[in-house]
Design a protein around this ligand. Structure first.
Ligand code: ADP
Ligand code: MG
Length: 703
């Protein structure tokens, strides 16, 4: 028996094939079920009228009652519009129509009271309402409309096709009529509904579309949000369970520790921080278990993730395997290569560097060495992903700064081996806990929440363009003390040309303020040839240049402990996490370091909050929370919602952290009790996962 829920929307009264097509392409509404699940994003109290004098453009949709005092057509040709003036005793509001002019003009009666409902827009500080829903007050009050009316998401094309809230409400009413008394089959087991006091689906739809009070709305919204997040978490719990059960990992044993012991004893210049020790024991537990390790290491900039990578790679080598370390940029790969050479140089290990600029001859010999196993560790960029790169026995794959790599790209790396190598993903972009639960919910997560000892907190100073000389003063003083400084310029795709001009102008004015022979300044940006970039970086890394002027190519990973000043130009144009990354380039030695944020004289409120947060805290996790609140999760690098296997209609990863936790706890609890979801009461869940295709997404593609 087919359900009315599956009926095509074109059969709803007032819709028809043409509108149906538009609703399908614009709003993904195909069936009656979709219509019922097309939820308002806000509600308006239709028993109340706003006084016109209180209207603000930010209010979006409002309801107003007034008399039409003036009605006239303006302009000509396709620019013709109809303008009516609505007066309510407190002020005048312009109502504007661009289409259906003749019809509206004939319908409207002057000196009659109307109720209008629509979006407020502002043009040249004059507010108006275009294409409002409008009804004579007499008729409106006869209908005795009470309570709250939903405001539905829409698009420009939908509005142009004259489909408005009224149309949506009619569609929804008709949908309820079509389904009549048909049972809407539940998507959650009865025991979950009961445990959390959730309304059933029919009630939920009824409330969300035709609420009588806002308390009910919150309850129904909770059900929808909970359900969306619960499916995500259940998918992850299931995937994780399958992974643990079926994907076997290479088993490493500490009895094989040889190089690792040697390294600890003779080559490690400092002792591990408590957090590093803890993370190492977590990794150790993974690789000794016989399970496959799939672990994310989160650690603030400068927390010492490279060392974790090195120790883990030694462990792999001690157990007869090769290891690889993949970095997002050539500069970073080179840096890693150098620090590994420095730290491991005296051990009998062969380390190779493979990047886009590795010469053909050397490249061939590296490919060979990886295949026959004479190379133990390879560090590289995307060049590692090429099909020609084959390993003899890859046991561990470390991926640094993970947000720079696409998910599919990473998967290519570990599909190179017949047996999947252990995976360690390192990210320096702290992600708020609840967000991490959703985005990396099926990974094990380790956190390095402690910086190596002796670091002085970086002092952050916010300056306006007009205070530039102050910045110069600080630079001079630091350089005099033998320190070095970065000056970073933003680079955004859209205005790349202008950005490079900023950089060039900046470089010119810096070399003028800091002239040779007393000062030496060098420059690095993405348009330079790799050799030139490398040369310039080396000048700075070796202390031969005092100032490095750069674009964000230096954002990740670069490690020059003698650099104590980070100047960020047009700082308001950077996101918080990027600012934090950049700041992390200094404060790596024992000296007091400074981060100077140069901001334009005009700042948006959000920009101001961002920069002030930077001044107030150096804690990456705290900044990530602020960022999440300011921008929402979609904008945080690497966390685009499109990466989720389900579209979230009501749940908001930024705001619904507590619901995420509740849903996660429940989902993991269920999988723990019933790993394959075979219990009768979980049948709904088993089927749901299959239908949603969540568990079929390979863990390999998620990382
Ligand atoms: P990140 O986590 O940002 O990748 P790095 O691994 O580059 O940080 O480490 C930052 C700096 O801290 C490096 O110069 C490194 O040598 C140093 N470092 C790492 N661990 C320790 C430690 N336990 N004690 C002292 N210094 C350390
Ligand atoms: Mg690093």
């Amino acid at each position: 028996m087919t359900s009315a829920l599956d009926l095509d929307i074109q059969f709803l009264p007032g819709v028809g094939p043409k509108r149906a097509d538009l609703l399908k392409t614009e709003l993904n509404l195909f069936t009656i079920r979709d219509v019922l699940q097309f939820f308002p994003f806000r509600y308006i109290d239709r028993s109340k009228f706003y006084p016109i004098c209180e209207l603000q453009p930010a209010m979006a949709s409002v309801q107003v009652k007034g008399t039409i005092t003036n009605l006239q057509t303006e302009g000509s040709g396709h620019k013709t519009r109809l303008k009516a003036t609505l007066y309510d005793g407190t002020g005048m509001l312009d109502l504007v129509w661009f289409t259906n002019i003749k019809w509206v003009k004939e319908m409207l009666k002057p000196n009659t009271e109307y109720v209008v409902f629509g979006r407020i827009s502002e043009f040249k500080s004059h507010i108006s309402m275009s294409h409002p829903e409008i009804e004579e007050f007499k008729k409106f009050s006869a209908k005795n409309i009470q309570g709250f009316v939903g405001v539905y998401p829409s698009t420009e094309k939908i509005r142009n096709a004259n489909i408005h809230g009224k149309t949506f409400r009619a569609m929804i009413e008709a949908s309820f009529e079509k389904i009549g008394n048909e049972i809407i089959s539940e998507t959650l087991p009865a025991y979950i509904l009961k445990e959390f006091g959730l309304p059933n689906l029919r009630e939920t739809y009824k409330i969300l579309h035709m609420p009588s009070n806002l308390a009910d709305v919150s309850k129904a919204q909770f059900r929808v949000k909970f359900e969306e997040l619960f499916w995500l978490q259940l998918g992850m719990a299931f995937k994780k369970q399958v992974h643990t059960q079926y994907v076997k990992g290479f088993k490493f044993s500490r009895e094989n520790d040889k190089l690792l012991r040697l390294f600890y004893k003779h080559h490690l210049p400092f002792s591990l921080t408590g957090a590093q020790v803890r993370v190492m024991s977590e990794i150790r537990a993974d690789v000794e278990s016989g399970n496959h390790m799939n672990r994310l290491i989160q650690g603030d900039v400068g927390s010492g993730k490279t060392l974790i990578a090195i120790l883990s790679m030694l462990m792999a080598i001690d157990n007869g395997h090769q290891a690889c370390l993949m970095a997002p940029t050539e500069i970073l790969a080179q840096q890693h290569y150098m620090s590994l050479q420095k730290l491991l140089g005296n051990l009998p290990i062969s380390i190779a560097l493979l990047t886009g600029s590795t010469k053909k001859k050397e490249r061939d010999s590296i490919h060979q060495g990886l295949q026959n196993g004479t190379i133990h560790i390879v560090i590289g960029t995307h060049a590692l992903l090429e099909d020609i790169v084959q390993f003899n026995n890859l046991g561990l794959c470390v991926i640094d700064e993970q947000h720079r790599f696409g998910v599919a790209q990473r998967a290519r790396l570990w599909k190179k081996n017949s047996q999947t190598p252990h995976i360690l993903v390192m990210t320096a972009t702290p992600i708020p806990r609840t967000l991490a639960m959703t985005l990396y919910g099926d990974l094990d997560v380790s956190v390095i929440d402690e910086l190596p000892p002796g670091r002085k907190p970086i002092q952050t100073i916010l300056l306006r363009d007009s205070q530039r000389l102050k910045m110069h003063g600080l630079l001079r003083q630091q350089i005099k003390e033998g320190r070095q400084a970065y000056i970073v310029y933003p680079l955004i795709q859209e205005s790349e040309k202008l950005d490079y001009k900023d950089l060039e102008d900046g470089y010119a004015s810096i070399t003028q303020a800091f002239p040779l022979p007393n000062y030496s300044t060098t420059v690095v940006h993405g348009k330079m040839k790799p050799q030139d970039k490398e040369y310039s970086m080396q000048l700075f890394a070796q202390g031969k240049a005092d100032i490095l002027v750069a674009t964000t190519v230096i954002e990740v990973g670069v490690d020059v402990p003698n650099a104590t000043v980070m100047v960020i130009e047009s700082a308001e144009r950077f996101g918080l996490s990027q600012l934090h990354q950049l700041r992390g380039r200094v404060g790596r030695g024992g000296e007091q370091s400074y981060c100077i944020l140069m901001a334009g004289n005009k700042l948006s409120n959000e920009g101001k909050t961002r920069l002030e947060s930077m001044v107030q805290t150096t804690d990456g996790f705290e900044l990530a929370e602020i960022d999440l609140k300011l921008r929402g999760p979609g904008d945080i690098e690497g966390t685009q919602q499109s990466g989720l296997p389900i579209t979230l209609k009501l749940a908001n990863l930024a705001k619904d952290g507590n619901i995420i936790q509740i849903a996660r706890r429940k989902a993991f609890e269920i999988i723990e009790k019933d790993p394959t979801l075979q219990l009768p009461e979980n049948n709904i869940l088993y089927k749901g996962l299959q239908a949603k295709n969540i568990q079929k997404i390979s863990w390999r593609d998620i990382s």
